[in-house]
Ligand binder design. Structure first.
Ligand code: MN
Length: 256
């Protein structure tokens, strides 16, 4: 099994390194990751400047090849699959992202975008994030090994062509995790998003951040699962059509 690993935090991310090292025990691992922080870049691709790869020999134990790219997570998967990897990719894993990717975050997330790019190319994919920004190394290794187990399951069972798995790990020590829940992405909004500040020259600027508010209280949501101490797996399907409203709109009798 040939696994391509990417992320949105950049090639120097600790979570990426641990994931690559551990998945290297169950398959051949290639890493292509952005050369810098690209979190919250969504599904952007780079078309206005050239893309350059930098090799990272000896990136990590068990890793066949590693490269950074001056592009986005989507660029990384695209260039890997379509241009630079000599053998075909069986599965893409994007992560391990420090910080959640829940509900509406999926639209902004570079981590999830890496997985979306894979499924667009017909390759099964997993996006993986931890609720905590600082997971102890031993727990991170446990999480990465469990992702290896999930990778093998996906490889055996298969997934529908347009579907990826978005996985979030709860904020607790590995041995305290209660189990696994299959979930749907909830609805997440951020409040107090813009912090208005003044720079040293007296000019106003804004910094976007905010506190998440989960508007969907459903027990079957991703946010509810991680809050309750479970690993959340949301199968997410990228199909943007809305057949029901299309049918309903025929009654509008639109004309030129
Ligand atoms: Mn990130």
């Amino acid at each position: 099994m040939h696994i391509l690993i990417t992320n949105d935090d950049g090639i120097h991310s600790f979570g990426l390194r641990v994931l690559a090292q551990r998945l290297g025990k169950i398959g051949r691992v290639s890493v292509i990751a952005p050369d810098r922080e690209r979190s919250a870049t969504g599904h952007a691709i780079t078309v206005h400047h050239p893309l350059r790869l930098t090799p990272y020999p000896n990136f990590a134990e068990n890793v066949e090849s590693a490269m950074s790219l001056d592009g986005t997570p989507s660029d990384c998967v695209k260039i890997g699959v379509e241009a630079v990897l000599a053998t075909s990719v069986d599965l893409v894993v994007s992560g391990l992202n420090p910080g959640p990717n829940l509900g509406t975050d999926l639209l902004y997330s570079g981590t999830v975008a890496g997985a979306v790019e894979a499924v667009l190319s017909g390759i099964p994919a997993i996006a993986a994030s931890t609720m905590s920004l600082t997971v102890p190394t031993e727990d991170l290794e446990q999480i990465a090994d469990w992702l290896g187990y999930l990778v093998r399951k996906v490889h055996q069972q298969g997934l529908p062509r347009e579907t990826l798995l978005n996985v979030n790990f709860p904020d607790c020590p590995w041995e305290k995790i209660k189990g696994v829940r299959l979930t749907r992405p909830g609805v997440r909004r951020y409040q107090n998003v813009f912090d208005k500040r003044v720079d040293p020259r007296g000019r106003i600027y804004y910094w976007m951040a905010g506190d998440p508010v989960d508007l969907d209280e459903g027990e079957d949501t991703d946010a509810a699962a991680v809050r309750a101490g479970y690993i959340s797996i949301s199968p997410v399907r990228f199909n943007l059509s809305d057949p029901a409203i299309m049918e309903e709109m025929t009654t509008w009798q639109l004309q030129v």
